[in-house]
Design a protein around this ligand. Structure first.
Ligand SMILES: Nc1ncnc2c1ncn2[C@@H]1O[C@H](COP(=O)(O)OP(=O)(O)OP(=O)(O)O)[C@@H](O)[C@H]1O
Ligand SMILES: [Mg+2]
Length: 481
């Protein structure tokens, strides 16, 4: 397809054509309307003038006879204006007037009303010059015929002028339309070509590419912004899918191989029922662990592929935290610790109740598993408040914390620090917390306290809140051993 045919297929081209057509028709109508009306007005003026003159001259004739009429016509004929006169006797001989030649039939049909004729002006025009006029003939007593008329020169010149203006106007409209079309289509084509080129690169596998945004805030920018958001989401989903397949390929290999080895060892070495029973029990534990890994992986993938709008609702965080506290206070107590709850009153967030409960459970369980201080009692604190327009939930312990270099790493899948290998776990708890935080438009952040570790996630409030913390307004429930 040539560049020209591509051009002619664009919306811009079709719109420009339509614009030119509509504009031409409108301008045509306007000009024809003006021309018609002007012509009508001028003709009316001619009729009135001719009639008035005829009446005046016949009066002159009635009062002063033919001599007087001849004098008057002779005087008036000498004026170089548009008025035309001719007086002929009953033989058709011209007596006086300023017309040299005109069709004789006009004089024969006296009082036939106003008619258009070609004539030659006396004493002004050469033999072959012909002008146009509106004339009327009137029969006077005594066989005289009086012709009075108006030259149409001015009217014709005006019509020609209008005609020329119309032609010029049409040319201007067509040129302007063509320029607009060229400008618009070039701009539009350029942007569309850009979008096509970028999408081709993206289709070829470079999912990180984004459409450029000019900052003009036009429809192309809005389209590019929306497409970029869509690409962002697709990239995230692809990444999430890739992560899961990678995890299955690599991280599940080790426990599966261990399971296999255990079964093989049992088959080879077990001597009696007791031996088989022990091996089976260990196998059951392994499969249990594997199932937990599978469940967690699938859950994380599901969270990562969820569209936020579909799962968020306004949730009363005071109630949610109270339910968790009720569940975990006894567990923390059993570990010889204390659970402190500090949540601002009437705290509501736009979130998913089940996922946020799971997040708090994961963080509290980590604190229980890894947050024990070397000496003294374990204190786990769960707090929630508004901070800079976000709702922040924090779980803090007073244990050994995480080395600074590992603070980011522990959020990755299957990462378990050396110090915590003695505790059971999959290394996926924090990955789930991070996925949930991201789903809520927030993030998971760690900070080492002295002593201990604090993990915080942020959520959107239900209504816009004033910035700044509202510390001190909290309700505190604590449990001391
Ligand atoms: N409060 C904490 N104090 C010290 N280390 C922690 C704390 N929380 C997490 N960690 C470290 O981060 C690692 C990752 O935690 P994560 O919750 O992701 O996995 P896990 O607890 O080992 O397993 P799972 O949560 O699946 O049972 C832990 O193994 C531990 O080494
Ligand atoms: Mg955990």
């Amino acid at each position: 397809m040539t560049r020209f045919t591509r051009f002619t297929r664009t919306t811009a081209f079709k719109l420009s054509l339509l614009y030119i057509a509509v504009f031409t028709v409108m301008s045509g109508f306007l000009l024809v309307y003006v021309a018609e009306n002007t012509d009508h007005l001028m003709s009316e003026q001619v009729v009135q003038t001719v009639d008035a003159e005829l009446k005046g001259l016949s009066d002159v004739y009635v009062r002063g006879g033919v001599r007087n009429l001849v004098d008057t016509i002779d005087r008036r004929s000498r004026h170089p204006d548009a008025s035309l006169y001719l007086l002929v006797d009953f033989n058709g001989n011209a007596l006086v007037g300023n017309i040299a030649r005109l069709p004789t039939v006009v004089l024969e049909e006296a009082d036939g009303g106003l008619r258009r004729v070609r004539y030659t002006r006396l004493g002004v025009d050469a033999e072959d010059v012909e002008r146009q006029a509106m004339v009327r003939t009137f029969e006077l007593r005594g066989g005289f015929r009086l012709l009075v008329g108006r030259d149409l020169g001015d009217q014709l010149r005006f019509s020609t002028l209008l005609g020329n203006a119309l032609r010029l106007w049409l040319i201007v409209v067509v040129i302007m339309g063509a320029i607009t079309w060229l400008f618009v289509s070039r701009r539009v084509m350029k942007r569309i070509d850009e979008i096509s080129a970028t999408s081709t690169t993206i289709m070829n596998g470079d999912l990180s590419r984004r459409l450029s945004i000019t900052g003009n805030d036009d429809e192309f920018d809005r389209l590019a912004i929306n497409l970029n958001v869509m690409l962002e989401r697709i990239e995230l989903l692809m990444q999430s899918m890739k992560d899961v397949t990678d995890n299955i390929a690599h991280d599940l290999k080790t426990p599966l191989t261990r399971l296999q080895t255990r079964i093989e060892t049992a088959l080879r070495d077990a001597k009696n029922e007791e031996g088989y029973r022990t091996a089976l029990q260990a196998t059951l534990d392994d499969t249990d662990h594997l199932l937990r890994i599978f469940n967690s992986l699938l859950r994380i993938a599901r969270i990562e592929s969820t569209a936020p709008g579909s799962v968020l609702e306004s949730v009363d965080l005071n109630k949610l935290v109270a339910e968790i506290a009720e569940l975990y206070e006894p567990l923390v107590e059993d570990e010889g610790g204390r659970l402190e709850i500090v949540v601002s009153q009437d705290l509501e967030a736009e979130c998913n109740k089940d996922l946020i409960s799971q997040v708090l459970v994961n963080l509290i369980e980590n604190a229980l598993k890894y947050g024990h201080p070397e000496t003294g009692e374990l204190v786990i604190s769960l707090s929630g408040q508004e901070q800079e327009g976000r709702i922040v939930l924090t779980v803090t312990d007073n244990g050994p914390g995480i080395p600074e270099k590992d603070l980011d790493r522990v959020q990755d899948r299957f990462v378990r620090l050396e110090a915590s290998r003695s505790e059971p776990g999959t290394g996926l708890g924090l990955s789930l917390v991070k996925a949930v935080a991201r789903l809520h438009g927030g993030d998971l952040r760690f900070k080492n306290e002295t002593p201990g570790l604090s993990a915080r996630i942020d959520l959107a409030p239900v209504t816009p809140v004033s910035s700044g913390t509202k510390d001190g307004q909290g309700t505190t429930t604590g449990n001391t051993n």
